[in-house]
Design a binder for this molecule. Structure first.
Ligand code: ATP
Length: 234
C-alpha cells in the first residue's frame, strides 16, 4: 500500500533521514519506534507531503507522491494525526471536524463521517458547539483523531497520540486506534509507549539517527534484547 524507498530528508545541511526504506501492507498497523530526534516526525511529515525528499521515493497504491503537496496526499487517502494535535482552539468542535472534510475525497461523506466521529467519541458529540480550546487534553486528542477520520482516509499516521494523556486516556486512545484498524484502516503509529505500540502492531521498525536499525513483527521486537535495553529499560 505504502512503499518508502531510500528516503533522504534534509533540514538545510543537516540530514534527518539518511535513506529510509519501509512499507505498509493494506490493513496493517505498523509501529515506528525510536529515541527523540531519530526522525520519526520527519518521516511522517515527508510522507504527508509537508517536507520535500532530497532523494528516494514514496509510493502509495502504486502512485509516486513526489512533488505532491499535503492536500494532494490527503486526497489520495493518507491522513495524519499530528504531534501536538494542532486543532483550531477558537473554532468549535464541529467547525474543526468540518475542516477535516474540505477535499473532494471527503466532502460527499461528510455527514456520514461526522456521525461516525460522534458515535466513536460521545464527549465530542456533547461538546460539538464548544470552542475546541476549552476541551481537555484528552478531548483535544480525540478531536484530532476525529478530524483525520473526516478526511475519509485509507491510511492514518499517528504521531505520539498519547503525549500528555493520563494512563486511562492513553488506554482509551489505543482502543480507538484498534477500533479504527478493525474498521479497515491501515495505521502508522509513532508512540512513546513502546510496549503497547509493539503489542498492538503487526510489524514494526526501529528508527535510529535517521535510518532503520531493526525491523520485525511487534512480538519479535518486544523480545529483542537491543529493543528491551534501549527502549524498555530492561
Ligand atoms: P521526537 O520524538 O523528539 O519528536 P523524532 O524522532 O520525531 O523525535 P524528528 O523531530 O523527526 O525526530 O527530528 C529528526 C532530526 O531532525 C533531529 O536531529 C532534529 O533535531 C532535526 N530537526 C527536526 N525538525 C527540524 C527543523 N525544523 N529544522 C532543523 N532540524 C530539525
Amino acid at each position: 500500500m505504502l512503499e518508502v524507498d531510500n528516503l533522504k530528508v534534509h533540514y538545510g545541511e543537516a540530514e534527518a533521514l539518511a535513506g529510509v526504506s519501509f512499507h505498509i501492507m493494506p490493513g496493517e498497523i505498523v509501529s515506528i519506534v525510536g529515541a527523540n530526534g531519530a526522525g520519526k516526525t520527519t518521516l511522517i511529515r515527508a510522507i504527508a507531503g509537508m517536507l520535500p525528499a532530497k532523494t528516494g521515493s514514496i509510493r502509495f497504491k502504486g502512485k509516486d507522491l513526489k512533488g505532491l503537496d499535503s492536500a494532494a496526499v490527503c486526497e489520495l487517502g493518507i491522513a495524519q494525526v499530528p504531534e501536538g494535535r494542532q486543532i483550531f482552539p477558537s473554532l468549535s468542535v464541529e467547525e474543526n471536524l468540518r475542516l477535516g472534510a474540505t477535499l473532494r475525497r471527503s466532502r460527499a461523506d461528510r455527514t456520514r463521517n461526522m456521525d461516525r466521529v460522534y458515535a466513536t467519541f460521545s464527549r465530542l458529540a456533547e461538546r460539538r458547539s464548544q470552542r475546541a480550546g476549552t476541551l481537555s487534553g484528552g478531548e483535544q486528542q480525540m478531536l484530532a483523531i476525529g478530524r483525520a477520520i473526516m478526511a475519509n482516509p485509507l491510511l492514518v499516521m499517528f504521531d505520539e497520540p498519547s503525549l500528555g494523556l493520563s494512563p486511562a486516556l492513553t488506554d482509551e486512545m489505543f482502543a480507538v486506534i484498534s477500533a479504527l484498524h478493525g474498521s479497515g484502516l491501515s495505521v502508522v503509529l509513532v508512540e512513546q509507549n513502546v510496549v503497547e505500540s509493539l503489542a498492538m502492531c503487526q510489524r514494526a521498525y526501529v528508527l535510529e539517527n535517521g535510518a532503520i536499525a531493526l525491523e520485525g513483527t511487534g512480538k519479535e521486537l518486544l523480545d529483542d534484547d537491543r529493543v528491551r535495553q534501549a527502549y524498555l529499560g530492561l
